[in-house]
Design a protein around this ligand. Structure first.
Ligand code: AMP
Length: 287
């Protein structure tokens, strides 16, 4: 595995590979790697000649400065994991390398409705920061395929939209990979490491709430399904930001389900200081 810290050096390496006709898969991360991240690397390795993984804790996507300060940093462990994962390249840039002109954005990404609902509503500016960093990273890595986790469902839709607005060659294909979970159903997340033992025991209730919605969703009016799932989480000690049942493609809220519309249930909730998000595709049996 080659470690690059400078965009120019990585850019030249990518150019050399692409001149040989070889393909690049790209897995952007914020580090504190776990099996979920590695599953993206694994998928990319199967579908590309080379896999570039980046670790960059992007300051511009944190709406809460305390969350940024406390974000886990485990570079040494991450490098060891990546060495065994078979990634070809780790890109580990500094903040200055990504934002040489400073972190203030003068660009407004047109994300429409997606920037106003759910994560967009509860984390103002978050998706603007995500787009800012991903645009820069794509400009450096020029991947053929971009690998994202369904765990961050709304982010996947935002980045599909971003990619469609960029003038990139090649235009990367966005591949959304399934959410990896712990045995008790908790979606793997870098933030899980910050849960206190008692909170960690309660955390799988998010998946239970999503499963409750999936099992009880029947054609017709929702009849308080979200509210029941929300009450369950509150009784378990969560502070719920949102719990929503929405169209899979545009995340518009669904109140009456026709039995065919592709739907997803999404949750964001705090356990103590830690905000967890998760989602589950509805109306299918394989999840
Ligand atoms: P992060 O480091 O949290 O920014 O995540 C980097 C990438 O890994 C994003 O595309 C995430 O959606 C994805 N990811 C995070 N957690 C999981 C998981 N449990 N399963 C699959 N992919 C994940």
């Amino acid at each position: 595995m080659i470690l690059f810290k400078k965009s120019g050096d990585l850019g030249k390496w990518v150019e050399t590979q692409q001149k040989k006709g070889e393909t690049i898969g790209f897995v952007p991360t914020m580090g504190a790697l776990h099996a979920g991240h590695l599953s993206l690397v694994d998928r990319s390795k199967k579908e590309n000649d080379h896999t570039v993984c980046s670790i960059f804790i992007n300051p511009t996507q944190f709406n809460d400065p305390r969350d940024f300060e406390k974000y886990p940093v485990t570079f040494e462990k991450d490098i060891t994991l990546l060495l065994t994962s078979g990634a070809s390249v780790l890109f580990l840039p500094s903040v200055k390398e990504i934002y040489p002109q400073g972190e203030k954005s003068f660009k407004n990404y047109e994300l429409g409705y997606l920037d106003e609902i759910l994560e967009g509503k509860y984390r103002p500016g978050h998706f603007q920061g995500v787009c800012m960093v991903v645009e820069k990273l794509l400009d450096i890595v020029h991947p053929d395929k971009l690998y994202l986790g369904q765990k961050d469902y709304q982010q996947c839709l935002v980045l599909v939209k971003l990619v469609s607005q960029l003038q990139l060659s090649p235009l990367p294909e966005v591949i959304v990979c399934p959410t990896l979970r712990e045995n008790d159903g908790l979606a793997m997340s870098s933030r899980n490491a910050r849960l206190k033992p008692i909170e960690r025991m309660k955390a799988p209730s998010i998946f239970k709430a999503l499963t409750f919605i999936k099992v009880n969703l029947h054609p017709g009016p929702m009849e308080g399904l979200k509210e029941q799932a929300g009450k369950f989480l509150e009784n378990e000690g969560f502070r719920v930001d949102y719990i929503e049942i929405a169209d899979m493609d545009d995340l518009k809220s669904i109140t009456v389900w026709d039995g065919k519309q592709k739907a997803v249930a999404l949750v964001a909730a705090f356990l103590g200081e830690i905000r967890l998000i998760d989602n589950l595709i509805l109306g299918r049996s394989h999840e």
